[in-house]
Ligand binder design. Structure first.
Ligand SMILES: Cc1cc2nc3c(=O)[nH]c(=O)nc-3n(C[C@H](O)[C@H](O)[C@H](O)COP(=O)(O)OP(=O)(O)OC[C@H]3O[C@@H](n4cnc5c(N)ncnc54)[C@H](O)[C@@H]3O)c2cc1C
Length: 445
């Protein structure tokens, strides 16, 4: 290809750009935020308007970390050298359910760092690629030529549509996130828009940073699932991050979403049955005000169901599917989509519509969607749609979850799924189910 244009310069866009740099003379990343680095990593390490979730806790799962390390050897080592925390699940990941700690199993590693820090490191590596350039502007639509997308329309002034410029491109990759306007852009060119499936979960996140007290409280990563006396599911998570700080998240659903303000934040920590969160209110020093974020729904765009689609266009990352963030799948999913993009580009013989790409990403999305929604559908306020066989799948997964509290083999298999190393269906294998049932029986005995 002569030129590929990536729309959006966040995690999915940067990973797509990395893959495209092997296949195009020139790769342009078109981003509405000014993300051009100015002097080392210093700029761009704070949250930015185009990625509002950047204020919230983010962990990089092992499934994503491995892939990113393949494209950028030493990426994780650099992050850690600059202050990110590496959490080995056997030592550092403390998981509590209702205040009871899960058995530890080692060998799975996650990275805990603030989201802007992760993104700034990735951006630095991507921008060091010789054939890649950032373009600052807002995408307004696509340009079409016959049955293909021939470019992108964008403005540099952001407000004045008369300023519109067309950027020619052999391939356009939409990485503009969950609010992508790809459906509208397709319709404007006379193409059908993909059906968007939504599952309303109404999740509220509030995140705060704490200074770590010297020499005390050495936790690297802790997560606590608990239920309030009136039956509401809550999640608290704490991770050590760069700058000798902790990032701490409290989350709840529907009318139990955490409100704003530090008093309520600290109260939630105090109410948590896991000691790490209570202790934080005694010896952690809150840095600034907590910041809230609302995630109304999980959503996916089913491109594979369309019967017509232009050549020269595809979507990646949250523009394809975005899930309940408590499972931390987003960045790793984007990395897996980027692997599908690499496979598509290697096998592609012409500029036909990217059906084989959408077929492959469908399997990735289905799997992450299954992990996320199977749990979400157990929440009383989540009404569906329920997939076929949901009741039985939910019952079996309940047994596996319970067994993972005490059985290291089952916990390890669950971690491999939640860390996106193996597909979710592996937990439904007869051997795993039998072992889980046995472990639960022993717990009850
Ligand atoms: C609260 C919360 C917590 C999360 N926690 C985790 C976690 O722990 N682990 C994890 O892996 N994932 C997590 N995620 C998911 C993760 O943030 C995303 O999946 C990840 O950022 C990949 O998103 P993306 O690059 O596709 O889109 P985004 O990160 O949303 O980026 C879209 C980009 O497109 C740009 N853009 C949008 N429109 C235009 C336009 N018209 N013109 C030009 N540019 C445009 C934006 O400025 C932005 O840079 C979380 C998400 C949320 C909401």
């Amino acid at each position: 290809m002569r030129r590929a244009v990536v729309l959006g310069g966040s995690i999915a866009g940067l990973l797509a750009a990395r893959v495209l740099s092997d296949h195009a003379d020139e790769v342009l990343v078109l981003e509405r935020d000014d993300i051009a680095p100015r002097g080392g990593l210093g700029s761009g390490q704070g949250p930015r308007p185009g990625v509002p979730q950047g204020t919230q806790m983010h962990a990089l799962l092992e499934g994503g970390r491995r892939r990113i390390d393949e494209w950028f050897p030493g990426f994780a080592t650099d992050l850690i050298a600059d202050g990110a925390a590496l959490a080995d699940t056997g030592r550092d990941l403390h998981t509590y359910v209702g205040g009871r700690r899960k058995v530890l199993v080692d060998g799975v590693e996650m990275i805990s760092a603030t989201r802007p820090f992760l993104e700034a490191h990735l951006r630095r590596r991507v921008l060091s690629l010789g054939n890649l350039r950032l373009v600052h502007g807002r995408v307004c639509g696509l340009a079409f030529e016959g049955a293909r997308v021939s470019g992108v329309r964008y403005t540099r002034t952001f407000t004045d549509a008369r300023d519109e410029v067309v950027l020619d491109s052999d391939l356009v990759v939409d990485a503009t996130g969950r609010a992508s306007r790809i459906g509208t852009w397709l319709q404007e060119g006379g193409w059908p828009e993909p059906a968007t499936r939504r599952m309303h979960v109404d999740l509220g996140y509030t995140t705060a940073l704490f200074r770590r007290p010297e020499g005390r409280h050495d936790t690297t990563l802790a997560q606590s699932l608990s239920t309030t006396p009136d039956g509401r599911l809550r999640l608290s998570t704490l991770g050590r991050v760069e700058g000798d700080r902790w990032i701490v998240l409290v989350a709840g659903y529907a009318d139990d979403r955490p409100g704003r303000g530090s008093d309520e934040f600290l109260l939630r920590c105090k109410q948590d049955p896991a000691a790490e969160f209570r202790q934080l209110t005694e010896d952690g020093e809150l840095m600034g005000e907590p910041v809230s974020y609302r995630h109304p729904d999980n959503r996916r765009r089913d491109f594979h169901l369309l019967d017509r689609f232009p050549a020269g266009l595809l979507a990646i990352g949250d523009a394809l599917a975005s899930f309940n963030p408590i499972y931390g799948q987003g960045m790793s999913s984007a990395a897996m989509h980027a692997s599908c993009l690499a496979a598509y580009l290697e096998s592609r013989k012409s500029l036909d519509p990217a059906w084989s790409y959408f077929k492959q990403t469908r399997a990735v999305v289905d799997d992450a969607w299954r992990t996320s929604t199977l749990n979400d559908l157990r929440l009383p306020h989540v009404t569906g749609p329920r997939p076929r066989g949901f009741r039985i799948a939910s019952r079996l997964s309940d047994i596996v979850d319970r067994a993972s509290m005490t059985d290291p083999v089952i916990h390890r298999r669950c971690l491999e799924v939640t860390q996106m190393l193996t597909p979710a269906r592996t937990l439904m294998r007869p051997g795993t189910l039998l072992r889980a049932a046995w472990a639960v029986r022993n717990q009850d005995a």
